[in-house]
Design a protein around this ligand. Structure first.
Ligand SMILES: C[S@@+](CC[C@H](N)C(=O)[O-])C[C@H]1O[C@@H](n2cnc3c(N)ncnc32)[C@H](O)[C@@H]1O
Length: 199
């Protein structure tokens, strides 16, 4: 048995997800952040970038089935959520196409969340650069598509560009902070940036 599989099988969040029919253990990261910051109050329009297989979407719909979610991913979403959201199987690098699509659909959102992550190569510098590019593309949605008072959450593999990303996001919000949820592997470089209350 491969080492990562052995480690995963012992992971308490993986075990909890399996037991409770949760699509992905990422569910627990969003749950922890939301329990502290109450991001999805009332009926909301939410953009979930890098949404597959669908743990975050599952959490948001469980909290309030009336929440309306637009999801984007290059990979398919789990069957149990695909029919419940507006899902676009697209590459975020095709930003212009997505921008045109959102504009023509007159989309605006109360929350934009992005758990997007590149395939890892094992080379930390390349992985961090790719993560920065995808996190930054997610942050580009803020100006045009996030409503005033809205919130933004994005994942990033921590590196020398992370501070630049943080500063870019900070411009738009009353409060901006870093978060490392308990379900995020301590050894991983993954960190989240949360912007609260768009100005
Ligand atoms: C950590 S997973 C997201 C997990 C998800 N939040 C959940 O709760 O199930 C990261 C996702 O980013 C997606 N992704 C990576 N690069 C992408 C790109 N260029 N465009 C769209 N999605 C991308 C991957 O396909 C993957 O589904």
């Amino acid at each position: 048995m491969k080492q990562w599989y052995k480690t995963r099988k012992k992971d308490p969040f993986y075990i909890k997800a399996k037991k409770n029919d949760i699509i992905s253990r990422a569910y627990y990261k969003l749950e922890e952040i939301d329990k502290k910051h109450n991001l999805f109050k009332n009926d909301k329009n939410i953009l979930d970038v890098g949404c597959s297989p669908g743990g975050w979407t599952q959490y948001i719909l469980k909290k309030n089935p009336k929440n309306k979610i637009v999801g984007i991913d290059i990979l398919p979403a789990a069957e149990q959520i695909e029919g419940k959201i507006k899902f676009y199987m697209m590459d975020l690098n095709q930003y212009q196409l997505i921008d045109e699509l959102f504009t023509s659909n007159k989309y605006t959102f109360d929350s934009i969340i992005s758990d997007i992550a590149p395939n890892t190569s094992g080379n930390q510098f390349i992985d961090q650069t790719n993560s920065y590019d995808l996190s930054m593309l997610s942050a580009k949605f803020i100006e045009k598509y996030l409503n005033k008072g809205g919130n933004f959450l994005v994942k990033n593999f921590q590196g020398e560009d992370t501070e630049k990303l943080f500063k870019f996001i900070k411009n738009f919000f009353d409060k901006t902070q870093y978060i490392k949820p308990a379900a995020s592997d301590k050894k991983s470089k993954e960190i989240y940036i949360l912007g609260l209350l768009k100005k």
